[in-house]
Design a protein around this ligand. Structure first.
Ligand code: NAD
Ligand code: IPM
Ligand code: MN
Length: 354
């Protein structure tokens, strides 16, 4: 019997609603030889506004003692001046990604049969974005002077290291090599961001030499938005930097039938630190507390978690149950918990008959 110590951060807005359904499905597929030990951490904007704490050293060391993290979403009402400047997003979400060295942000996209997508004829869409998670313009490498004056100068310098680019590119090649189509697309903006672009391109060429079976192409990030809408089936594995990856995965979510379906894993492939699984979407204050959120993205994030811990059998049970539920979805709007119940029931049926 194996024990999985799971840190659970339900977070803000729709976070708690979708995490409850994700846990429901996780429990439904958990077999006798796996024990899930959950520790709840109440973190997020709500806790910050009550206590002034975002993520203490004690929180960090407690979370670090877990095997994995499941996170709903964090971030409060964007109009609240006390939360300005992404204080929660940076102090909590990005801090966890950086501290636990989540250098791979894995964001798969699939267009499921029977799901209404905004695209007329999407074709067989099944690609994975490998978004770098610890560098780029996200590191806070910048500053402002003469703030508030007409002479204000603000910089936000993108950080790209040979070490950081190499390890994520290698992960992406390795992933592409294990997939049927064995194709990798590097996405950047090397016609303008020449310094970082050159490092990414050189690294892809060098690492690619070790993967002779993987075909490679390069696309500028602006052009990718065209192809993703017009012909998304052409993509297999996309590797890109932190910010480009953020932007194109919201687009990927939208073409696949909604951001409520998009799952992600913040992976520490070395396995020494806990990886974190979370839907791509945020706390959606506009629909929070109304049982209107689609919990599918959080549930599919549990499938990524199960894959990560080597239980692809259970991950498959979850994704099959989601596929069955998506195929059944009519036009009537179901409550968050109803969707979770239906997927949990389908997943249970699958694991008990397997
Ligand atoms: P958002 O993803 O929260 O919402 C964008 C739109 O998608 C909204 O209309 C929302 O109602 C809808 N939506 C999102 N998830 C949905 C779901 N599961 N089912 C149905 N509809 C869904 O993005 P935003 O409005 O830009 O951000 C809101 C807050 O969340 C901000 O504070 C932001 O910083 C934060 N945020 C957090 C995370 C995270 O915790 N990982 C990710 C993105 C944004
Ligand atoms: C995401 C979110 C985060 C990001 C924000 C909330 C910091 O948009 O997970 O995609 O930009 O990575
Ligand atoms: Mn995002």
């Amino acid at each position: 019997v194996r024990t999985l110590k799971l840190a659970v951060i339900r977070g803000d807005g729709i976070g708690p609603e979708v995490v409850d359904e994700a846990l429901k499905v996780l429990h439904a597929v958990t077999p006798d030889d796996l024990v899930i030990e959950e520790t709840p951490f109440s973190l997020g904007a709500t806790r910050y506004l009550e206590t002034g704490d975002i993520l203490t050293e004690d929180d960090m060391s407690a979370i670090a003692s877990h095997d994995a993290i499941l996170l709903g979403a964090v971030g409060g009402d964007p109009r609240d001046p006390r939360l300005a400047g992404g204080i929660i997003e940076r102090g909590l979400l990005l801090k966890l990604r950086f501290a636990f060295d989540h250098y791979v942000n894995l964001r798969p996209t699939k267009v499921y049969d029977a799901v209404a997508t905004p695209l007329a004829a999407p074709g067989a869409v099944d690609f994975v974005v490998v978004r770098e998670g610890t560098e780029g313009p996200y590191v806070g490498n910048g500053g402002a002077i003469r703030t508030g004056t007409p002479q204000e100068i603000a910089t936000e310098v993108s950080l790209n290291t040979a070490f950081g680019v190499e390890r994520v590119v290698r992960y992406a090649f390795d992933l592409a090599d294990r997939r049927a189509r064995k194709h990798l697309t590097l996405v950047h903006k090397s016609n303008v961001l020449v310094h970082a672009g050159a490092l990414w391109q050189r690294t892809v060429a060098a690492v690619g030499a070790e993967f002779p079976d993987v075909t490679v192409d390069y696309q500028h990030v602006d052009a990718v938005t065209i192809h993703m809408v017009r012909e998304p089936a052409r993509f297999d594995v996309i590797v890109t930097d932190n910010l480009f990856g953020d932007i194109i995965t919201d687009l990927a979510g939208a073409i696949s039938g909604g951001i409520g379906l998009a799952a992600s894993g913040n992976i520490n492939p070395d396995g020494t630190l806990p990886s974190m699984f979370e839907p791509v979407h945020g706390s959606a204050p506009d629909i929070a507390g109304q049982q209107k959120a689609d919990p599918t993205a959080a549930i599919l994030s549990v499938a990524l978690l199960l894959d990560h811990i080597g239980r692809s059998d259970l991950a498959t049970a979850v994704t099959r149950a989601v596929e069955a539920d998506l195929a059944d979805r009519g036009t009537t709007q179901r409550r968050t918990a109803e969707i979770g119940d239906a997927i949990a029931a389908a997943a249970t049926a699958r694991t008990t008959t397997a």
